[in-house]
Design a protein around this ligand. Structure first.
Ligand SMILES: [Zn+2]
Length: 213
């Protein structure tokens, strides 16, 4: 079995300051490294666990590839410049299939959960905007993450964070509302629409409401 591409980095623990060597997984192929995918979903990938007990998520680029769905997703910490560079690399590689770029490992975890559930990320981003617009605060910038879908009760479960992004509460919404969005074939972006995020969702919902699309 081929090992995932590994990098190493020296990092200082933010709590006790001890400097240590940490290994980084920078590439996951779900056929070749199923255990790396499991660790990703468990939130244990690229995590520095210090002797003092502090757990620190390490920021690193990572390419996720699922051959079954022909799905690529690149994690690009480091702002828009890093994202643009990744976009160029995708163009050059000329890969077929769905291609996405996300800013963090958490964002990748959400994409992979959606992929595993057979849910469309673009319709999920639109559902998030509509869900936030229906809350009392109507704060469309709030962090809202897909948690899981229950197909028996036909409910999507989410984690809604407070405005500081630190505390989360569980919220649920009907799966039917998502289905309606996903059925809008003309709302579907191209497989190479790299950034399907909140900004994309806001734009898509505005376009839908004004009837321009
Ligand atoms: Zn420490």
């Amino acid at each position: 079995m081929t090992a995932p591409i590994l990098g190493t980095t020296r990092v200082s623990c933010p709590t006790c300051g001890r400097e240590q060597q940490a290994s980084l997984v920078q590439s996951i192929n779900t056929h070749k490294n199923p255990s790396a995918k499991d660790r990703l979903l468990a939130g244990e990938l690229n995590l520095l666990v210090c002797d003092c007990g502090r757990r620190t998520q390490l920021a690193a680029t990572l390419l996720f590839y699922d051959p079954d769905s022909d799905y690529f997703c690149q994690v690009c910490p480091g702002g828009q410049a890093a994202m643009d560079q990744a976009a160029q690399a995708f163009l050059k590689a000329g890969a077929a299939g769905t291609q996405r770029i996300v800013p963090s490992l958490n964002a990748l975890v959400e994409k992979v959960k959606l992929l595993d559930e057979g849910l469309e990320d673009w319709a999920i981003e639109m559902a998030k905007v509509l869900l936030l617009a229906a809350t009392e605060e109507q704060d469309l910038d709030r962090v809202l993450l897909f948690d899981r879908v229950d197909r028996t009760t036909r409910v999507i479960h989410w984690m809604l964070f407070d405005s500081r992004g630190s505390e989360a509460q569980r919220v649920a919404s009907p799966l039917a509302a998502y289905d309606k969005l996903a059925a809008r074939a003309h709302g579907r972006p191209s497989p190479t629409e790299l950034q399907i995020d909140r900004a994309w969702g806001l734009h898509a919902v505005r376009t839908m409401i004004t009837g321009a699309n």
